[in-house]
Design a protein around this ligand. Structure first.
Ligand code: SAH
Length: 448
């Protein structure tokens, strides 16, 4: 097999990155945007020893799950790489990811519930982070073509709150008006690298963050003033990122206009959010995820609860009034400050958050003799560490509620908890990210 060869393929599976999978002459072939059940004529793009990548030239037999995507750019850029699949099939795809991982781990006895659908299938994101580049002599916002840094100009981001798209476009126009140069990656020159916009569904408050190469540039004051006059904007921040790096945000934030945070709400609890603090992306689905997790926890008023990987304390502060005490930890200092301030903001006196790595803080607490009743964990994609798991188990919780954004590491960690005296019987995928392959899942472990 070689590059540019055209082959006819029958697609038998969908990879976790949502690529169609086919087998051909002993090779596994990943075909962009192809769906199981389809027969396609595909062009080979790249050949490795055991697998190859291809793209569709022609669909010979089409899957009934396929729908037409309004803008090809959404799929091209990976912004919404499942957008060509019917929503109900997206939910099945996510459930199957979890089923397959459990099967590989020999845990076929675990019940995998249907994926909890998102109340909104599009326009659900409360935050956008989009690159700014010059294209054909003009400053543009958009998204990078998959596996590249070529900007595809865009003004409709599909999965983002349309109010955020409106602010992104208005900000782009202000940058154009004052001839602010877009960042030029190749020469490490120019000014604006990214635009980030966050909007609270509950209060309508909007934060605009300009991620810039320099702290100051010509007309910055005018730019900031005009952005602050866009309908709904309550906070304008400059994030200074002077480095040659793919990391989006720099270390320092400067308030250019308005507040240094926006306020949002989950259920009855108010949250102030700083520029760097993590906040769940899907505003309407988050309370449903938390309710599910809290129901599983079956809390009592005497319980000592840990909120690990706490962000700004959203889970712990949601349960604080129904339990004895909440303690939490998180690595981002600003988020921990937000969490402790958010406790005060809501009149909560029994919750305390500290800055630190969960895998270091938890062993310290265990060594101090802390006993817990329920531990909530909500780690990033890489999951938990052995140190964390050992220490968590040493505090003898009745229950550990595990919320995960990566079922592969979750299943790995669940196996470890099983070896340490904890059982679980079911798991529920929750769709926090419609139109994308990201899978969130939640389960509860109980002490044997
Ligand atoms: N539970 C929160 C945040 C979940 S996201 C919510 O639902 O909003 C995961 C959080 O873990 C992020 O805020 C991230 O900053 C934090 N984090 C990442 N690595 C960590 C570590 N090693 N120890 C503690 N927190 C960590």
């Amino acid at each position: 097999m070689e590059k540019n060869q055209i082959v006819e393929l029958e697609i038998t599976d969908l990879s976790y990155e949502a690529m169609g999978v086919a087998h051909y002459e002993g090779l596994t072939i990943f075909v962009n945007n192809a769906l199981p059940g389809e027969v396609v004529k595909a062009k080979i793009l790249k050949v490795k020893k055991k697998f190859a990548f291809a793209k569709i030239e022609e669909i010979i037999k089409e899957s009934p799950d396929r729908i037409t995507v309004k803008l090809n750019q959404w799929v091209q850029t990976g912004l919404a790489s499942l957008a060509h699949i019917k929503y109900s099939s997206q939910l099945d795809f996510k459930r199957n990811q979890v089923v397959n991982l459990l099967h590989k781990a020999g845990m076929d006895d675990i019940k995998v519930n249907a994926t909890l659908p998102s109340p909104e299938e599009t326009g659900y994101r409360n935050k956008a982070q989009v690159p700014v580049r010059e294209v054909k002599g003009q400053l543009e916002i958009g998204f990078f073509r998959r596996h590249s840094h070529d900007l595809v100009p865009m003004t409709n981001f599909f999965t983002t709150d349309p109010e955020i798209d409106r602010v992104l476009v208005a900000t782009r126009d202000i940058l154009r008006k004052y001839h602010v140069p877009a960042y030029d990656e190749l020469h490490h020159k120019g000014e604006v690298r990214y635009l980030e916009v966050r909007r609270s569904r509950a209060t309508g408050e909007i934060m605009v963050i300009l991620v810039c190469l320099h702290k100051d540039f010509e007309n910055l004051a005018n730019v900031a003033r005009e952005i602050s006059e866009i309908d709904g904007v309550t906070s304008v921040i400059l994030n200074h990122n002077p480095k040659k790096t793919n990391v989006i945000l720099g270390n320092h934030d400067y308030v250019l206009a308005g507040e240094d945070h926006i306020t949002d709400k989950i259920g009855d609890v108010k949250f102030n959010i700083s520029p760097k603090s993590f906040f769940q992306i899907n505003s309407l689905q988050t309370p449903r995820l938390y309710n599910l997790a809290i129901e599983m926890a079956d809390l009592n008023k005497d319980d000592v609860v840990i909120d690990a990987y706490s962000g700004i304390g959203t889970i712990g502060l949601t349960v604080a009034k129904h339990v004895k005490a909440v303690r939490g930890m998180e690595t981002i200092k600003d988020a921990v400050r937000d969490a402790n301030n958010n406790a005060k903001l809501n009149g909560i006196h029994n919750a305390k958050y500290v800055t630190g790595k969960a895998e270091e803080v938890m062993p310290r607490w265990a060594n101090e003799g802390l006993k817990t009743d329920v531990i909530f964990v909500d780690p990033p994609r890489k999951g938990l560490t052995l140190e964390f798991i050992d220490a968590a188990v040493a505090t003898k919780p009745k229950k550990i509620v595990y919320i995960s954004c990566n079922p592969a590491t979750q299943v790995r960690d669940l196996e470890l908890f099983k070896e340490n005296g904890y059982n679980f019987s079911e798991i529920t995928p929750v769709d926090m990210f419609p139109q994308t392959p990201h899978v969130e899942s939640v389960t509860v472990l109980e002490r044997r």
